[in-house]
Design a protein around this ligand. Structure first.
Ligand code: SAH
Length: 286
């Protein structure tokens, strides 16, 4: 089996748009590599051997035209079938995240810097490699707001990375859940790998959590899911407890604030980076 491969160097702020638009063209694999030049990334995209590459290239060019930027050079190649997981693993090595942590892929033998705490991860099929901006921003907020007496709930734990970080930062009790059974298994394996036995995982969501028992809730989801879950977030939090809401695009600010106001939460802190917004919100007193 062979694949059509397109290689292009793009500015980081256009990656999500390009990948998003090409997803309807049946992109079968994407490989990203940061270029030495800051703010630029090499994208290697794979499509089936019958895909219409002229049309796909046209779509990429029209994205650049829309934002009035010069289009990239695009090179084509035909490559034989590869083991995608093995390919991807080559580009995932140890890296620092937030102020306190260093993520180490479980198959790598990288030494963690002295001033950081290691988190060993094999993300498998789950989201949560730690390379995504929304994970990094949530982690930074977590560092600032978690306290040792907290019961933390990580909703949509994916690889378990935020739950593990919560325990390493000293939270006395951490719960992690995901509606995806595979992610739950991946999270469990990663939690074991990091010997953080005070993290309790389950497959499911907030409806399985007792009312008024959580001091800090982590939700790196999407604005739509957060909106759907908001009344449940309100229910599980103790009065004056905090939630870190992430995975929200800046353009969704207004719609998410509408529900925050309606549920009588205060916005404690707001972090923006690139196209992303993180809100740290506090539940009302009763
Ligand atoms: N917490 C990780 C992963 C975030 S990806 C990180 O920050 O990197 C979001 C995860 O939420 C996915 O694994 C998805 O399966 C899960 N998810 C989506 N909707 C959910 C819901 N309603 N309840 C619980 N988990 C959900």
């Amino acid at each position: 089996m062979s694949w059509n491969q397109l290689t292009l160097d793009v500015p980081d702020d256009l990656i999500d748009t390009i990948v998003g638009e090409l997803s309807s063209d049946g992109v079968a694999g994407i490989w990203e590599k940061a270029l030495p030049e800051p703010g630029r990334t090499r994208l290697v995209l794979y499509f089936g051997h019958r895909s219409n590459l002229d049309k796909i290239e046209g779509e990429v060019r029209s994205i650049f035209q829309r934002v009035q930027r010069q289009g990239p050079a695009i090179s084509r190649a035909v490559v034989e079938e590869r083991d995608w997981t093995e390919e991807w693993k080559k580009s995932y090595t140890g890296f620092p995240i937030a102020d306190s942590f260093f993520v180490i892929p479980s198959w790598e033998n990288v030494i963690c810097p002295n001033d950081r705490l290691p988190i060993r991860i094999d993300p498998g099929q789950a989201f949560g490699t730690g390379t995504h901006e929304t994970t990094q921003l949530t982690m930074e907020a977590l560092e600032r707001w978690v306290e040792p007496n907290h019961s933390v709930l990580d909703v949509g734990t994916g690889s378990g990375i935020l739950a593990i970080a919560s325990r390493l930062l000293g939270a006395k009790q951490v719960f992690a859940c995901d509606i995806d059974a595979v992610a739950t298994q991946v999270a469990r394996a990663n939690i074991e790998r990091n010997a953080e036995h005070e993290v309790y995982t389950f497959c499911g969501s907030l409806d399985a959590v007792t009312s008024n028992c959580i001091d800090l809730l982590l939700a790196n989801l999407t604005a739509d899911v957060i909106k759907d879950l908001f009344s449940e977030i309100e229910r599980v939090l103790r009065p004056h407890a905090l939630a870190i809401l992430s995975g929200i695009l800046r353009e969704q600010d207004e719609e998410i604030r509408e529900i925050i106001d309606r549920e009588r939460f205060n916005v404690f802190e707001e972090i923006t980076q690139g196209e992303w917004l993180v809100l740290i919100v506090e539940k009302h007193g009763r």
